[in-house]
Design a protein around this ligand. Structure first.
Ligand code: PBG
Length: 335
């Protein structure tokens, strides 16, 4: 017996890989990566036939609504069931009024997507940073000694944004602002307007992360002063993530998200094990751009490393992966 070694009186068996054929390996694979688990993020701004490359994210564009429809229908045909929308408004202000305008960029794009591709799952990110002149995710008060984010007053605006998305036809509301109590505020506002059936995917465990760097160029949402550490989580904490997720579930979240993904797979696993809830992971801009930059130099194999890292997210427990690589992955997985 080639694989048996004897230790003392007890036979010990060296763990080994399955004696297998490719068919057996496929049948017994514990984790599957498939386009059906992926969501493609899209950045939209007004205009027509507009496609503006995001320099820090090769292959990603700011799109006008018609171009977003084109991109989404290609993705949908490739087997990607959903998109998540981020808007770049024409004008920013200190109230984020572009975020809830009936004819805002998101509201217009959602209506167009739902009329052109009714089967597509349209997810809308609810946040204020892209719409605020200061780039923060909540209302800001400049006091005489310090500047603060006003948590509770921000909730009213966030709820208003969510309702305006639902009115436009959003299939899933995804608050990413990290204000406390936002899931409850959004849930009750949606229910109050007759949108009891519109689910919420909360960015429940969202870390203050340098991996968001390229996104802030794409969405033009970099904070103009300070940073997001008072409302996003510290990278060293895991118990705090459990409390955040428990709170969001208690407030009515249907799906919980961990963000970023790759550097936080322990959190994805802990969330999945502890709550057994539909769990999403967001492979954020920095994760995407690092792979792009290294593969452009020939230092890593883009295809292999992209598949491997997304497979790892699935293995960690992510049911849904939001990723800029969705279309590339769909193509590679089909081959
Ligand atoms: C906030 C938001 C951010 C991302 C998604 N929603 C940026 C932030 O918190 O600064 C980051 C996504 C990415 O990096 O790909 N609206």
């Amino acid at each position: 017996m080639q694989h048996e070694i004897v230790v003392g009186n007890f036979p010990a068996y060296r763990p080994r890989r399955l004696r297998s054929t490719p068919a057996l390996r496929a049948m017994t694979a514990e984790t599957e990566l498939s386009a059906r688990n992926l969501v493609l993020p899209l950045f939209v701004r007004s205009g027509t036939k507009f496609r503006h490359p995001v320099v820090s994210m090769p292959g990603v564009f700011q799109l006008s609504p018609d171009e977003a429809v084109r991109e989404a229908s290609l993705a949908f045909k490739e087997g990607i069931p959903g998109v998540i929308l981020f808007g770049i408004p024409d004008k920013k202000d200190e109230k984020a009024s572009g975020a809830y305008a009936r004819n805002g960029i998101i509201q217009r794009t959602v209506r167009l997507l739902k009329s052109e591709i009714p089967q597509l799952l349209v997810i809308t990110d609810v946040c204020l940073c892209e719409y605020m002149s200061h780039g923060h995710c909540g209302l800001v008060e400049h006091g005489s000694t310090k500047t603060r984010i006003l948590n509770d007053p921000s909730l009213k605006i966030l709820a208003r944004v969510a309702v305006s998305h639902a009115e436009a036809g959003s299939d899933l509301i995804a608050p990413s602002d990290m204000m406390d109590g936002r899931v409850r505020a959004i849930r009750s506002a949606l229910d109050g307007k007759g949108f009891e059936d519109v689910p919420i995917m909360s960015y429940a465990a969202k870390y203050a992360s340098a991996f968001y760097g390229p996104f802030r160029e794409a969405a033009q949402s970099a904070p103009q002063f300070g940073d997001r550490r008072t409302y996003q989580m510290y990278a060293g904490n895991t118990d705090e993530a459990m409390r955040e997720v428990a709170q969001d579930i208690a407030e009515g979240a249907d799906i919980v998200m961990v963000k970023p993904a790759l550097a936080y797979l322990d959190i994805v696993r802990r969330v999945k094990d502890q709550f057994q809830y539909p769990t999403a992971a967001y492979a954020v801009s920095g994760e995407y751009s690092m792979i792009k930059a290294a593969s452009e130099r020939g230092w890593v194999d883009e295809r292999a490393i992209t598949i491997e890292s997304h497979l790892a997210m699935r293995r960690a427990g992510a049911d849904i992966i939001l990723t800029y690589s969705a279309r590339a992955l769909a193509g590679w997985l089909k081959e």
